[in-house]
Write a protein that binds this ligand. Structure first.
Ligand code: NAD
Length: 277
């Protein structure tokens, strides 16, 4: 099914990952988006989470496997983990389905997926997540971009369990002042912080790529918000954006705006008037 504003049929959505973002998205499918979409399948590695969400929605739609979910869907929505996002994309595209990805970091270094989507005529949607300014980044890319830097500030809890923190033996509880934890490329950042820095991945896809997009990660016990600042310099001039996000209660690694951006992306598919870049 080619998704378009003109289509009279409801788009069948299969949701992979029934956690913080998945639950908000599922609720939106049943309410705000219900004139255009129908949530037809839920899948989670933890079946109890899929069952609990299905019960809350009063829908009998738990899929027994990822393959079964993809089979039933027009659009597969991934809100699970960077460990599985490329597999979800690969399988969805192979079946000629469209796919929306939240764990964008899992697609870094896998350009063949974009090529394959092109060949198969499938669409890949990457919501802007917890950052703002991708409209300007995409416009700037039409000309010449000199540099792109994203500085992410999160409370220590928001960086917990990241492979980089474990490898370097960083004691987050011992941090008592503003501290630069990581500096590197987006390619390095997504490996070091796969659950915390999807924003640098989506920024790199919109702009100059994962090897040229520079990332700083800073933490402090004083921080109450997940803040992302983007600075881009190009022939056209300079962009500076700052987004101060409230961390979601259920998962402090995830900003509330991320789920809202996913809903807005879904809504955008069916809009006849497209605003912004
Ligand atoms: N693009 C962005 O700006 C952005 C912002 C926040 C979060 N994210 C990413 O979105 C994803 C979801 O975030 P969340 O806050 O909802 O996380 P969450 O931990 O609240 O929920 C994730 C859910 O996915 C399930 N899951 C994990 N691995 C799975 C697998 N292999 N197969 C099926 N289900 C699996 C978990 O059991 C859980 O229910 C994460 O990968 C996160 O890093 C992206």
């Amino acid at each position: 099914m080619r998704l378009s504003p003109e289509s009279k049929k409801k788009c069948k959505i299969g949701l992979v990952g029934c956690g913080t973002i998945g639950s908000i998205l599922a609720e939106a499918c049943k309410k705000d988006l219900q004139s255009n979409v129908e949530l037809i399948a839920l899948y989670d590695i933890d079946k109890n989470k899929a069952v609990a969400l299905a019960d809350r929605l009063e829908l009998d739609i738990v899929a027994t496997s990822l393959d079964k979910l993809i089979e039933r869907s027009d659009l597969v929505v991934e809100a699970a983990s960077a460990k599985i996002s490329s597999e979800v994309v690969e399988k969805a595209i192979s079946s000629g389905k469209d796919v929306m990805v939240m764990s964008v970091g899992g697609l870094v270094g896998k350009p063949h997926l974009f090529d394959k989507a092109n060949k198969k005529g499938s669409r890949i949607y990457l919501p802007s997540g917890a950052i703002c300014g991708l409209d300007g980044v995409k416009a700037a890319k039409i000309g010449h971009i000199d540099s792109v830097v994203i500085t992410t500030r999160k409370p220590p809890l928001g960086l917990k369990d990241a492979p980089y923190i474990k490898e370097k033996g960083i004691d987050l509880k011992a941090i008592n002042k503003e501290t630069l934890i990581f500096k590197g490329t987006a390619a390095e950042a997504v490996r070091a912080f796969p659950q915390n820095i999807n924003v640098s991945a989506v920024l790199s896809f919109a702009g100059v790529g994962e090897k040229e997009t520079m990332v700083n990660i800073v933490t402090s016990p004083e921080y109450k918000r997940n803040t992302h600042e983007i600075e881009l310099v190009g022939d056209f001039g300079r962009i500076y954006t700052k987004c101060e996000n409230v961390p979601s209660k259920e998962n402090p690694k995830t900003s509330a705006l991320a789920a809202l951006s996913a809903i807005a992306t879904l809504k955008g598919i069916f809009e006849t008037v497209r605003i912004g870049t």
